[in-house]
Design a protein around this ligand. Structure first.
Ligand SMILES: O=C(O)c1ccccc1NCC(=O)[C@H](O)[C@H](O)COP(=O)(O)O
Length: 241
C-alpha cells in the first residue's frame, strides 16, 4: 500500500456524535465542536430517527471539515455502494455481519468511500473480534468497538459501556485506527480515552436529554471538551488528524 495515501495518515482525537435526528441537531453538534455526524439508516428494526431524504439534505450541507457518516446494517457491497451514492455520503459505518469478501468488493466498487466496521464487544469474544480485525483490516479504514445489550440483542445505541480492556487490546492489535463507542458520556469519556487510547470516540444516547430524547447542548459541549482534553494528554508522538 502506498505510504502517502490519505488512508495511511495517522488519525488521533476524532469525535463523532451519532443518531442525528434533524438539521437543528446537526447544527448544534457542529457548533459544539464535534467532527463527524452519524445518521442511523436502514436498520433491521426500521426505527430510523429521520427519513433518508432528510438525512441526504443534511449531509449535503455539511462542510468539508466535518463528515456525515451513515450507520447501517446493510451487508451487501452493491447495496451499500448504491445507497452511499444515492445519499451523497463519503463514509459508512457498517454495524451488520459484513464478510471480508463483501468488504473487499465494496473497496473495489467505491475506492474512496471511508469504511468503518463495527466490533461488537461481548463478555468473552476477544478471539472472535481479533479474527475479524485480522481478516478485514485490509478493506477497512477504521474499526468501531460498540456494546451489546444481552437483554434486547441490540448492538448499537445501547447506552451501555463494555469491558474497556477488550477495546484496549483491539487498539493494540489493530493495524487500523479504532473508534470507541458504547455508553460514553461527558462524565466517563476522559477515563475511557485514558484507558483504551482510541483514535476516536463516539456517543449517542449519553448526550441526549432524557425527556426530549434530543441532544443536550451542554452535554455535547462538555463531552467534546472532556474528550479533546483527554486526547491531548494521550496523543502519541507525531499524531495528527
Ligand atoms: O445510532 C443508532 O441509532 C444505532 C442504531 C443501531 C446500531 C447502531 C447505532 N449507532 C451506532 C453508533 O455509532 C452509536 O453512537 C453507538 O452505538 C453508541 O451508542 P451509545 O451507547 O448510545 O452512546
Amino acid at each position: 500500500m502506498n505510504c502517502c495515501h490519505k488512508r495511511e495518515i495517522t488519525m488521533h482525537g476524532l469525535i463523532q456524535v451519532a443518531g442525528i435526528i434533524d438539521q437543528a441537531e446537526a447544527n448544534l453538534i457542529i457548533e459544539e465542536g464535534a467532527d463527524w455526524l452519524g445518521f442511523a439508516l436502514r436498520l433491521p428494526a426500521k426505527n430510523e430517527d429521520l427519513s433518508e431524504a432528510d438525512a441526504a439534505a443534511i449531509i449535503k450541507a455539511i462542510q468539508p471539515e466535518h463528515k456525515g457518516v451513515i450507520i447501517t446494517y446493510l451487508t451487501d457491497a452493491d447495496e451499500i455502494a448504491a445507497f452511499c451514492a444515492e445519499m451523497g455520503v463519503g463514509a459508512i459505518q457498517l454495524h451488520g455481519d459484513v464478510t471480508p469478501a463483501e468488504l473487499r468488493r465494496l473497496r473495489a466498487l467505491t475506492p474512496d468511500l471511508y469504511v468503518l466496521k463495527s466490533l461488537v464487544v461481548k463478555a468473552d469474544n476477544i478471539d472472535e473480534l481479533s479474527t475479524i480485525v485480522a481478516d478485514s483490516a485490509e478493506w477497512v479504514d477504521m474499526f468501531i468497538t460498540d456494546s451489546f445489550n444481552p437483554a434486547t440483542g441490540a448492538k448499537g445505541a445501547t447506552g451501555l459501556v463494555h469491558d474497556w480492556g477488550i477495546s484496549a487490546e483491539l487498539v493494540r492489535i489493530s493495524p487500523r485506527p479504532l473508534m470507541l463507542a458504547g455508553g460514553l458520556n461527558p462524565e466517563n469519556v476522559a477515563e475511557a480515552i485514558e484507558q483504551v487510547r482510541p483514535a476516536a470516540v463516539d456517543a449517542h444516547t449519553g448526550l441526549e436529554d432524557p425527556v426530549t430524547r434530543r441532544k443536550d447542548r451542554v452535554k455535547v459541549r462538555t463531552f467534546v471538551a472532556e474528550a479533546r482534553a483527554a486526547f491531548a494528554r494521550t496523543a502519541p508522538e507525531g499524531a495528527r488528524r
